[in-house]
Design a protein around this ligand. Structure first.
Ligand code: ZN
Length: 134
């Protein structure tokens, strides 16, 4: 079921709203940046995302193919969401950090299916051999 959630960084300068259907799946990945950030997220279309405040408080980080803007709050360092364009997954997307959602309960997160991606080996379509540490 799609719901509208509120999210923010830690200091509160960055505030957003996102329409998410958690039952449609969430993702964890073993790539270098997801590992270091302990990222657990879900991707939505840009029109399901509304930044309410903090555009000027975001810093951008890109690497490799530069297909994703790994945004973070320049005051508190939290990464509430990212923006990207990857043709293979349907073009423009916003990647939501589930940890940044303020009004999601543990029960909703527990019930959300998790899909694992082998980004470390550039096989995003594949599940890594080991996922327990992700
Ligand atoms: Zn912040």
């Amino acid at each position: 079921m799609q719901k509208t959630y509120r999210g923010s960084c830690h200091c509160g300068k960055v505030q957003f709203e996102a329409d998410i259907d958690l039952s449609a799946g969430t993702g964890k990945c073993n790539c270098s940046i997801c590992t270091k950030a302990r990222h657990w997220g879900t991707s939505i279309k840009p029109d399901a995302f509304r930044l309410l405040s903090g555009e000027a408080d975001l810093s951008d980080y890109q690497f490799n193919s530069n297909s994703v803007h790994h945004l973070f709050c320049r005051h508190c360092g939290i990464r509430p969401f990212g923006r990207g364009y990857i043709e293979e997954i349907g073009g423009h997307f916003v990647s939501i950090n589930l940890g940044a959602l303020d009004d999601v309960g543990p029960a909703e997160l527990i019930a959300a299916p998790v899909q694992y991606f082998d980004g470390r080996h550039n096989h995003w379509e594949r599940t890594p051999e080991e996922t327990r540490h992700l």
